[in-house]
Ligand binder design. Structure first.
Ligand code: ADP
Length: 145
């Protein structure tokens, strides 16, 4: 077992529906520890970098607009195998395909936007987590205690 840190973003649908407490509670019940937390309004530039793997997709402008509907809340979350375990807690991208009991299955959009309005972003590998924590947190904002 490895102690890892992952980058979570509470997306605008989570902010709009007041779901941040519910989702954070699910993470804390797993024993994960918040090492950094901040609210940020995302610029076009940071979204182009963060979503470079989907930048050529036809739905990217919608995703960028969605991610700018409200500020997001970023977490640096630490725990044993936290990267894989949080992805499992989230479920797949499409909230309609996510099982009951997962965050996206229980709390994601179930109407027309189920692939986009899916509550949270979470890093999908140790390499992505390291790059994403640097992207969203400045030096000194992720704390050991
Ligand atoms: P994940 O966040 O599950 O790792 P991706 O990295 O593939 O998914 O996509 C990034 C984000 O782009 C998704 O979380 C979702 O908000 C949005 N997205 C992905 N695929 C679609 C799609 N087909 N239509 C609309 N939005 C999408």
């Amino acid at each position: 077992m490895a102690t890892e840190t992952t980058l979570i973003l509470f997306k605008p649908d989570a902010i709009q529906k007041n779901l941040t407490g519910e989702v954070l509670s699910r993470f804390q019940k797993e024993g994960f520890t918040v090492r950094g937390i901040k609210m940020i309004a995302l610029s076009d530039e940071i979204l182009a970098e963060h979503y470079s793997h989907i930048a050529d997709m036809p739905f990217f402008p919608s995703v960028r607009g969605f991610m700018q509907e409200t500020p997001v809340i970023a977490l640096a979350l630490e725990g044993e195998n936290v990267i894989t375990r949080v992805r499992d807690l989230l479920g797949p991208t499409d909230s309609n395909a996510a099982a009951a009991g997962t965050i996206r299955g229980d709390l994601g959009d179930k109407s027309g936007d189920s692939k986009m309005r899916n509550v949270c972003h979470a890093s999908d590998s140790p390499e992505a987590a390291a790059a994403e924590i640097k992207r969203f947190f400045n030096e000194g904002e992720v704390l050991s205690f």
